[in-house]
Write a protein that binds this ligand. Sequence first.
Ligand SMILES: Cc1cc2nc3c(=O)[nH]c(=O)nc-3n(C[C@H](O)[C@H](O)[C@H](O)COP(=O)(O)OP(=O)(O)OC[C@H]3O[C@@H](n4cnc5c(N)ncnc54)[C@H](O)[C@@H]3O)c2cc1C
Length: 474
Amino acid sequence: MTYDAVVVGAGPNGLAAAVELQRNGCATLLIEAADTVGGAARTEEVTLPGFLHDVGSAIHPLGVGSPFFSSLPLESFGLEWVHPETPLAHPLPDGTTAILERDLHQTSSLLGDDGRTWTRMFGPFVDRWPAFAEHVLRSPLSMPRAPILMARFASFALRSTPGIARAFRGEAARALLAGNAAHAGTPLTHALTGAVGATLIVAAHAVGWPFPRGGAGALTGALARYFRSLGGTIETGHEIRSLEDVPRARVTLLALTHGQVAALNDSGLPDRFRARLARWRYGPGAFKVDWALDAPIPWRDPTVARAATVHIGGTLSEIMASEAAPLAGHVSERPFVLLSQPSLFDPARAPEGKHTAWAYCHVPNGWTGDATKLIESQIERFAPGFRDRVLARASWDTERLEQWNGNLVGGDVNGGVLTLGQTIGTARWGVPGYRTPRPDLYLCSASTPPGGGVHGMAGYHAARAALKHSLGLG
Ligand SMILES: Cc1cc2nc3c(=O)[nH]c(=O)nc-3n(C[C@H](O)[C@H](O)[C@H](O)COP(=O)(O)OP(=O)(O)OC[C@H]3O[C@@H](n4cnc5c(N)ncnc54)[C@H](O)[C@@H]3O)c2cc1C
């Protein structure tokens, strides 16, 4: 069989690229190193039989809000979004809990004096979600279609999180902002962290923070089934080490991070371009734990159980200290923990009456220490007795994550560190988007815009570029 296109790597971006190529009439082969598709969006039994864990991504605001995924008939291929009662709970050291409700005004009313500021800050973007999403999920170098709205958003992008948080008087609003900004994986004093925080908050109000029923693998499974229904071919268990291993086609798209592409043999890329890819910097690693639980997490404040996502890290200053530590080469004694408790809203994820939980914190890239105790101590602070409910746990250090999926280089979940240089600065000019000096070779992993997260937009944009520039179908 000869193919028009070959895509390497069957995570959300590779799957998105393959779907877009195949649905535009290109016979496409999708090659994957692992035995199953899904990349860092896969659901597996990693603790005890019957407990289904998301080893990688768990909560998908950018998945449900992705302009590309929303344009596909994925519900007909098994995808069902589960919306928890509320997107996010953030327990605070004083025993109260900051809640990010789906409704902007309900959230504002919970924030007291800060409510008006919250509405003024995020409301304009919530009201114009489609235009906002289209821009933030495109290349930051592309021209905005809603320039006034995006000029307003630039004020988030260029300021640090504490700089933005100064607009709030109370700890609840500051902590909500800081917890969201901490998804960036860089110190909160850095520019762009506020933009990450604002994007996730706006998404919570505009489209919610759902997850696929059955786990993240249900989303990538639906993409794979849809791709096959269009006539696409998937080959698993095939790791590409050299471009000579890839069957000849009119175009090849690599959903591999920049450092991995630089390391490929026989890529046919000029040395200068390969050297730029090799200089790509990765961000902190994740230290991840999955638990099988005998009962739900015993939160001190029961309102925390209304949310599938919980940010554990106390106040703005505590989260700032935690997120500064990995860059300084260590792990905070009180790491900021992102936690998900999906079985409260999707009971089939565990045997009857039992539960699962998922959490990770940031550690230095490539760190091989064990942060399990630190993470569990953080949970115990807000849910005393948590450890007594643990039936089994699986801990994933950065090495184990990278063995599971080669794109998680040093445990980095975002395909590269979020800096101004790598987003809009000189490093990005060197590797601007999806095209390479080889007219038949494209890049489409999370290292390409718009970066990490399960949205498939890098794959979609790369496929559009290949259709236009190499396949004459754009
Ligand atoms: C612990 C963790 C938690 C996360 N939480 C969230 C979350 O809650 N929400 C969210 O939106 N995002 C989350 N993410 C990030 C998100 O999963 C990634 O940004 C996203 O999966 C990137 O998609 P991708 O297609 O570029 O790469 P990946 O999903 O990493 O897929 C790359 C694929 O390429 C394959 N591959 C690698 N090398 C080769 C090779 N040489 N030959 C063939 N195949 C190869 C890999 O096996 C893998 O299947 C999380 C990630 C992790 C690890």
